[in-house]
Design a protein around this ligand. Structure first.
Ligand SMILES: Cc1cc2nc3c(=O)[nH]c(=O)nc-3n(C[C@H](O)[C@H](O)[C@H](O)COP(=O)(O)O)c2cc1C
Length: 470
């Protein structure tokens, strides 16, 4: 245990970089900063350099958000999203993973993939392939697709399906994928035995025979077992249905609270729910989304933050937030407090922000300023000691396992974090200085834990099959 500056650290924080395979993600307008490198997103060289930086700084991984639609709620159009690169253009992140894995040994990769319009059979194959090529360093962030543009362009629907229906489909989707990963191929199915001319022993590969409400998958998985079999399952839904799905199936959950009090409630709520499903809450990592603007001193960091704030685009922020919230905020006067606006939409917005910070008279301009830097994540600004104090305090006061680091200036903010904050966290024993295991599951839960823990429903499927086979 390290006792430095009054901290009794027994816990290392998990740290992921939060990114997007496009020029801009959560922050609005800051891509115009001369040091922003978002425009290089089309270059493999850029991502390879980034992977090396993250591994050298002992990040646990990089987590890629993704959308299969675009934001068009604000003013009923995609125009402001296009003007500010609000998650568009958006390339597919999965193609980056093998290149980033090839230049690293321990860095892990979270990839977002939706259950709304994909087939579990195809997704299971994609993630088995990635798990093989990364030596088990991959995770799947399960999302359910909230944009109507995805529903229209992919499925020919007018709008996204109802919220709870999307979650019902997601739950069955995960079950099918886990059956393919965990039960279809026995551990010793691949013989590669020239003497008997047998590459795979057919008796050790099983049909999954899944017949459900949304999917019928009778056959076998296309891939042999990968190092983790099931990729680490991430989830980020905050609704009761989303939390229930996370408590049942997720191994890492992205949380997004504006205050420590709100985060503690979310962490406690999730863990209590996991217990209800018979799972050990310790087997779920909780990662708070956060943005850190750091420099050598507090003053320099503050100056940097103020420079960033000047770049925030009101329309860019509103283009993102209107879509996330499902409400067109263009009709609101930017300077009239939401509490004075008597519409259902206004009340929804008000409730969201009031719940998080009741002390403020929120206007849409305040919201734009807040989310312009790092989306809805809190922002920490400071030199090494201030940032380390604050990050440690977020963990100690909430029970969270670590952070998902958003950025305002692509590449540069994470490079600053690696230069200024990581050494201070490491000095205090709050961040790793080397890697323990090789797979993502071991990075999160310790060496020897490459496979799903026994209390996970996926492992239970595997045990059932083993019992049937013997
Ligand atoms: C930190 C964080 C990251 C998210 N990343 C994505 C993403 O990459 N793609 C996506 O479609 N949804 C993403 N979401 C949205 C959630 O997956 C979910 O669809 C949304 O929160 C609505 O679900 P809910 O009603 O259960 O809260 C993210 C949410 C959070 C909090």
């Amino acid at each position: 245990m390290n006792t430095l500056k009054g901290f009794n650290m027994t816990k290392e924080m998990r740290v992921f970089a939060f990114d997007f395979n496009g020029p801009a993600h959560l922050s609005a307008g800051t891509w115009r900063h001369p040091k922003d490198r978002g425009g290089e997103y089309k270059s493999l060289g850029y991502w390879v350099e980034y992977a090396k930086l993250l591994e050298a700084a002992c990040f646990d991984g990089i987590f890629f958000a993704d959308n299969d639609g675009y934001h068009e709620t604000y003013k009923g159009s995609v125009n402001d999203s296009l003007k500010d690169a609000a998650q568009i253009p958006a390339n597919d992140p999965s193609y980056l993973i093998p290149a980033m894995a090839a230049v690293t040994k321990n860095l892990s990769f979270g990839v977002t993939s939706s259950t709304a319009y994909d087939a579990p059979y195809k997704l299971a194959r994609k993630f088995s392939t990635l798990d093989h090529l990364t030596d088990g360093r991959v995770g799947w962030n399960v999302v359910t697709s909230y944009t109507n543009s995805a529903a229209r362009n992919i499925a020919g629907l007018e709008a996204a399906e109802a919220h709870d229906d999307r979650y019902a489909r997601a739950e069955e989707f995960i079950t099918v994928a886990m059956k393919l990963w965990e039960t279809s191929w026995d551990e010793d199915a691949v013989l590669r035995d020239a003497s008997t001319s047998t590459y795979v022993d057919p008796s050790r590969v099983h049909n999954i025979e899944h017949q459900g409400e949304h999917f019928s998958v009778p056959g076998i998985h296309l891939c042999e077992p990968s190092p983790q079999r099931t990729p680490v399952i991430f989830q980020a839904g905050g609704s009761p249905r989303g939390v229930a799905l996370a408590a049942k199936t997720a191994e890492a959950v992205f949380l997004n609270a504006m205050t420590k009090e709100a985060l503690k409630k979310q962490v406690d709520g999730l863990k209590a729910k996991a217990l209800e499903f018979g799972r050990n809450p310790e087997n779920i990592a909780t990662l708070q989304m956060i943005t850190v603007i750091s420099a050598a001193t507090d003053e320099e960091a503050q100056a940097k933050y103020e420079e960033y704030l000047k770049l925030v685009s009101y329309d860019g922020a509103m283009a993102r937030y209107s879509s996330w919230a499902g409400v067109d905020l263009s009709a609101f006067d930017p300077d009239v407090p939401l509490k004075d606006i008597d519409t259902n939409a206004g009340q929804t917005m008000l409730n969201f922000f009031l719940k998080m910070d009741p002390s403020k008279d929120w206007t849409t301009r305040d919201i734009a300023e807040y989310i312009g830097i790092g989306g809805t994540s809190p922002v920490i600004v400071g030199g090494p000691e201030t940032c380390a104090d604050e990050l440690i305090s977020w963990m100690e006061q909430t029970g969270a396992s670590g952070f998902n680091l958003a950025n305002a200036i692509k590449f540069q903010d994470i490079k600053d974090f690696a230069e200024f904050v990581v050494p201070e966290l490491q000095r205090r024993g709050a961040m790793r200085t080397s890697f323990a295991g090789s797979t993502l599951r071991e990075t999160l839960f310790g060496e020897g834990n490459a496979r799903l823990p026994l209390d996970h429903p996926g492992a239970a499927l595997n045990q059932q099959t083993t019992a049937q086979a013997s």
